[in-house]
Design a binder for this molecule. Structure first.
Ligand code: NAP
Length: 333
């Protein structure tokens, strides 16, 4: 049986990708309602060969709706997700609004699919950087137990939304024309630059950024390891799409390189791309548009006992958001 589905934030970077993923996976639905702010109400978006109208999010938006994807930021989720649940819908929320609430499952289907069973109307989609990391980390953790994890990220402009992509385009053109780029959404010029500043700084967390702490808080919740030793530096880079991460792991138990490679080769949602001499390793361009998280540059970390280094890249709009949300909806069905 199909369902009536709503997408809040349908015109955004993640919303548009949700339409693509629902179409590609032939997700069973009877009707699809596209919702956004007054800026986009009245526009039309293509889905399964039809032009669907974008409606203004409002009090009647969830009438008759059984499933709602939220992808319009935490404020909109806080204000409207409970109303969607009241109207009888199950909400899959892409924002950070409910991720840390104990009765809200935080789910990466390849890692903790069973957690979805405990939902009480809302299931949270983790942060994109966390999803990509955990798809790779979980199979290694299952084999050898992660004792410590150090991550540095290389995050694409699209992680900050559709407008941020346009800002990188405009800045790149301006710089090439010899003009000074003007940052609007980003704190610094991003074109031909990078900066270690994604989301706000948290004085109470030693001036880690919220994005960096999201990875820590969420990895602990999803893996069920409340004291997992994890530290992260998040860096915005002038890439349009797909995040990359350099990951340094130390394990509790011995894990040879061959065992790590074998665990990753068999892991769902992972593709090993690791022939460095042929210049084959994960890159954002290779990851763009794909469902899998690419992992390579696997090597022993000689600086500690039972250490492993790796590099991963994944499309954060797709697996880091839209695809993960649709996979959650498939689990719910
Ligand atoms: P975006 O491109 O800026 O899109 C935001 C969407 O929300 C647009 O459709 C916008 O509609 C809508 N919206 C904004 N304010 C609204 C309001 N008051 N009422 C109704 N709709 C409203 O952002 P995004 O990158 O898609 O991100 C959406 C959510 O997903 C955020 O919570 C983000 O943290 C999360 N997320 C993003 C990524 C990523 O890689 N981009 C990855 C994981 C999670 P209008 O067109 O009308 O403005």
């Amino acid at each position: 049986m199909g369902r009536n589905v709503a997408i809040v934030g349908a015109t955004g970077a993640v919303g548009v990708e949700l339409l693509r993923v629902l179409e590609a996976r032939e997700f069973p639905l009877d009707a699809l309602r596209l919702l956004a702010s007054p800026r986009s109400a009245g526009r039309r978006l293509r889905f399964r060969g039809e032009e669907l109208p974008v409606e203004l999010l409002g009090p009647r938006s969830f009438d008759g709706c059984s499933l709602a994807f939220f992808s319009a930021g935490a404020g909109v989720s806080r204000a409207w997700a409970p109303r969607a649940v009241e109207a009888g819908a199950v909400v899959v929320d892409n924002s950070s609004a409910f991720r840390y609430e104990p009765d809200v499952p935080l789910v990466v289907p390849e890692v903790n699919a069973e957690a979805v069973l405990g939902h009480r109307g809302i299931v949270a989609n983790p942060n994109c950087t966390t999803i990509l990391l955990l798809v790779v980390l979980a199979p290694l953790h299952a084999r050898a137990g992660v004792r410590r994890c150090v991550v540095a990220t290389y995050q694409a402009a699209s992680g900050a939304g559709a407008q941020a992509v346009r800002e990188l385009e405009d800045q790149s053109r301006a710089l090439l024309a010899g003009e000074e780029p003007r940052p609007e959404r980003f704190p610094r010029p991003l074109a031909f630059n990078l900066f270690p500043h994604v989301d706000s700084f948290l004085p109470e967390e030693g001036f880690a950024t919220r994005e960096e702490m999201k990875v820590v808080w969420e990895a602990r919740k999803i893996l069920g390891v409340p004291d997992l030793a994890l530290v992260c530096t998040c860096v915005r880079v002038p890439v349009f799409r797909a995040h990359s991460e350099a990951v340094f792991l130390q394990f509790e138990r011995p894990l040879s390189l061959e065992e790590a490679r074998s665990a990753l080769s068999q892991a769902p949602g992972v593709r090993v791309v690791d022939d460095p001499e042929a210049a084959e390793y994960p890159t954002p361009r290779l990851a763009e548009g794909g469902d899998e998280v690419l992992v390579g540059r696997l090597r022993v970390d000689p600086s500690c006992e039972r250490g492993l280094c790796l590099f991963l890249a994944g499309d954060q709009v797709r697996k880091g958001a839209a695809l993960n949300a649709v996979q959650i909806a498939e689990l719910l069905a």
